[in-house]
Design a protein around this ligand. Structure first.
Ligand code: FNR
Length: 181
């Protein structure tokens, strides 16, 4: 059983990525594992002057990450990169210098967008950041998803056409976490 922190890069109430994350953790491959969603919406804007006195929301994020075996990033693409709210969360939990919560935590990156390239460029930017943070990150399978009818069922579970692919992604991610945590 692995403890996984889930970081969704959208704060939107009807976020497709939040719905995707909710569906992913309901896949058969995810059962028996413990998934906790990080609250990144209540974080202040990062200000290095606050490194010595981090907000309670920042401490809570760092505690969640530190207590997790791995991190699942589920993010949209904004202007061909990751959303600012996600980068803000990453920067917060990477500080103070030398006390990053991310270091060594295995990661998986996935996301869905309305565009045809399905967050590919956001994921590549995020991978660059995770490499710097010393987070071993699942390389394959990659998952670039476009939001379409049928991706998820009415009840929020993964649709039949994507179940095998996303089940394989989840199984690969959890195996990777077991090996690298
Ligand atoms: C977008 N969107 C978008 N889509 C994409 O495929 N590539 C992109 O570069 C962008 N850029 C972008 C910038 C901004 C500021 C917004 C608000 C949106 C569209 C995006 O895929 C769509 O809004 C998704 O619904 C966002 O994900 P959530 O919030 O539904 O999880």
């Amino acid at each position: 059983m692995s403890k996984i922190a889930v970081v969704v890069g959208s704060l939107r109430a009807e976020s497709f990525n939040r719905k995707l994350a909710d569906a992913l953790i309901r896949l058969p491959a995810a059962q028996g594992h413990d998934f906790t969603f990080a609250d990144i919406g209540s974080l202040p804007l990062y200000d290095q002057d606050d490194d010595g006195d981090q907000a309670d929301s920042v401490k809570a994020l760092k505690t969640l990450i530190a207590g997790s075996d791995g991190v699942m990033f589920v993010t949209p693409e904004y202007n061909r990169s990751m959303p600012g709210v996600l980068k803000n969360a990453i920067d917060h939990a990477s500080r103070p210098y030398g006390q990053s919560a991310w270091a060594g935590k295995p990661a998986g990156v996935i996301g869905v967008s309305v565009g045809a390239i399905g967050t590919a460029l956001a994921q590549q930017h995020l991978r660059n950041v995770l490499a710097y943070l010393d987070m071993p990150t699942l390389g394959a399978p990659e998952a670039f998803l476009q939001w379409k009818d049928g991706l998820l069922n009415e009840d929020g579970t993964v649709g039949a056409q994507s179940a095998d692919f996303l089940g394989g992604w989840m199984a690969g991610f959890l195996s990777y976490v077991a090996i690298h945590s």
